[in-house]
Ligand binder design. Structure first.
Ligand code: NAP
Length: 258
């Protein structure tokens, strides 16, 4: 059981649903104070209420990661409420499938704006406060798609998720002097609202391709993030942690069958 997250001040972008809500739930259970950020006020209020149910300290701040002023306002709110920021989980992301032949500038820009520019705006806003933490941590939610694998319809998405890892490696060097670490989790397929929207056929086909024969849970991603954010992980920076039930391992259908 990690004990070093007690009373830490944590921001989770995209924390109102899916993986982000799972991350927020794990941090809350470990005694951290958590602010979840998203655009939808109703979802945010419902998520914060549910997360508080276990007795945790959770706030919601409406914010769009693609808008720098929103992220600065969200960070100011967290600092006013919690007195600083120790951990940023840059998790907000979108994955609308678009085949390359149908790709246009707007579809490309939307995914890049949320997944890459939004990550950078979140980090830029939190950085002045992370510098004051005794153990500043940034954990990115990348993906296996892009850094390790491909999937038809997700050329733009895969580019952003690989881009996050490329960004991280230089950021780790620049942030080391402030004793801030930055690492990334690379989830495989996790059962979230966003994945449910892709349809049952996608879920069934994906389940069959995973050696553990199930999708991941949002809590399983949350536990990996919590480890990378803990003081116990203080000597790990610029690294990736794959959490995919073995999905990236099989070399062939025969290998998948065991
Ligand atoms: P999801 O269920 O669709 O939830 C996405 C979250 O991000 C929501 O809270 C959403 O809230 C928020 N969000 C989206 N755009 C935003 C914006 N511009 N500003 C602020 N918040 C925004 O997605 P998910 O499946 O949990 O995925 C979360 C992250 O994990 C993404 O980065 C995704 O790429 C990554 N990932 C997911 C899987 C998977 O299998 N689920 C696998 C690998 C990686 P609002 O809509 O209210 O803003």
């Amino acid at each position: 059981m990690l004990t070093s997250l007690r009373n830490k001040s944590v921001i989770v972008t995209g924390g109102t649903r899916g993986i982000g809500k799972g991350i927020a739930g794990v941090f809350t259970a470990l005694g951290a104070r958590v602010c979840v950020i998203g655009r939808n006020e109703h979802d945010g209020a419902v998520a914060a209420e549910a997360l508080r149910g276990s007795g945790g300290i959770v706030t919601f701040c409406r914010g769009d990661v693609t808008k720098q002023p929103d992220m600065e306002a969200a960070v100011a709110m967290v600092v006013a409420a919690f007195g600083g920021i120790d951990i940023l989980c840059a998790n907000a992301g979108i994955f609308p499938p678009v085949p390359l032949e149908e790709m246009n500038e707007s579809a490309w820009d939307d995914v890049f704006a949320t997944n890459l520019k939004g990550m950078m705006f979140s980090i830029k806003a939190a950085l002045p406060h992370l510098k004051h933490s005794t153990a500043g941590r940034i954990v990115l939610t990348s993906s296996i798609t892009g850094p390790l694998t491909g999937y038809p319809g997700w050329s733009h998405y895969g580019a952003t998720k690989a881009g996050m890892v490329g960004f991280m490696r230089t950021a780790a060097l620049e942030l080391a002097r402030f004793r801030i670490t930055i690492n990334a989790v690379l989830p495989g397929n996790v059962l979230t609202e966003g994945v449910r929207d892709l349809g049952q056929e996608y879920i069934d086909a994906t389940t069959a391709s995973i050696p553990l024969k199930r999708l991941g849970t949002v809590e399983e991603i949350g536990h990996a993030v919590a480890f990378l954010a803990s003081e116990e992980a203080g000597f790990i920076t610029g690294q990736t942690l794959v959490v995919d039930g073995g999905q990236t391992l099989p070399e062939s259908q025969q290998a998948l069958a065991g």
